[in-house]
Design a protein around this ligand. Structure first.
Ligand code: C5P
Length: 237
């Protein structure tokens, strides 16, 4: 089993991100760079983090015409990104273009194809928010519809909430990689997360990767917190 922990670097400066990466790199599987850090520090923070030898998940949730998304995917892979997100609501042509560019760019660079992860319905959206957009389907139905669209367009991974893991495994099988935020140990504060699952429960339900931020980054000893989480999943890791 791979180390499934992706630490969300939700910090405003490259200095803080690099400090966390140096400390945690040896005990976690990857780091997630989101909009806050990327917009404040730019692509250089990706290069610097990559130099520490870690895997990088760039979570910018691309959603645009297929050509524009392709070019952004290519730039991200040239930077050294290993995983990145796109909105599945961009449609099959956009999703297929992103996957194709990942495969082609990786072939040129002689690396494994970076994982393009589809985001389905944001967890901040409920049935009423979907109705505002003219979508009559209830949230779970829309999640499954978009997840299937992503898979049939060639995507090899999805971001999903802990509550969706089981359903998506049933619908899509075991090959697809499921990346899951909303992870909290029973003992740690939920912060603003409403429907959480423990790390071990999420892996048992079928998560491939766990995105974990504050329970590690705000811990008094982030490295010890990461090791404790890892042990709770599998003491062999
Ligand atoms: O600190 P915490 O563990 O809650 O961080 C979770 C990370 O996952 C954050 O970067 C957050 O933006 C992201 N995320 C989430 N829920 C989603 C999608 C992404 O918490 N549905």
């Amino acid at each position: 089993m791979q180390n499934p922990i992706i630490v969300a670097l939700d910090v405003p400066t490259a200095r803080e991100a690099l400090e966390l990466a140096e400390e945690l790199g040896p005990v976690v599987g990857a780091f997630k760079i989101g909009k806050q850090l990327f917009v404040s520090e730019g692509p250089d923070v990706v290069r610097k983090l990559k130099e520490t030898g870690t895997k990088i998940f760039l979570d910018l949730k691309f959603h645009d015409i297929p050509n524009t998304v392709s070019k952004a995917v290519q730039s991200a892979i040239d930077l050294g990104v290993d995983m990145l997100t796109v909105h599945t609501s961009g449609g099959s042509e956009m999703l297929a273009a992103a996957e194709k560019t990942s495969n082609e760019t990786a072939a040129v660079l002689g690396i494994d194809s970076p994982l393009i992860l589809g985001v389905t319905v944001l967890t901040s959206m409920d049935d009423a928010n979907l109705a505002e957009l003219g979508i009559q389907e209830e949230t779970h139905g829309q999640v499954v519809r978009l997840a299937k669209l992503a898979a049939s367009s060639g995507l090899r991974g999805l971001v999903c909430s802990p509550q969706e893991i089981k359903l998506l495994r049933e619908e899509l099988g075991n090959q697809i990689q499921l990346v899951t935020p909303g992870i909290r140990a029973e003992s740690s504060p939920a912060d603003d997360q409403k429907r959480t699952m423990s790390p071990a429960e999420a892996v048992k339900a079928g998560a491939s990767w766990l995105v974990i931020g504050r329970p590690i980054t705000l811990a008094e000893d982030p490295r010890a917190a990461a090791i404790e989480i890892l042990n709770s999943i599998d003491p062999e890791l």
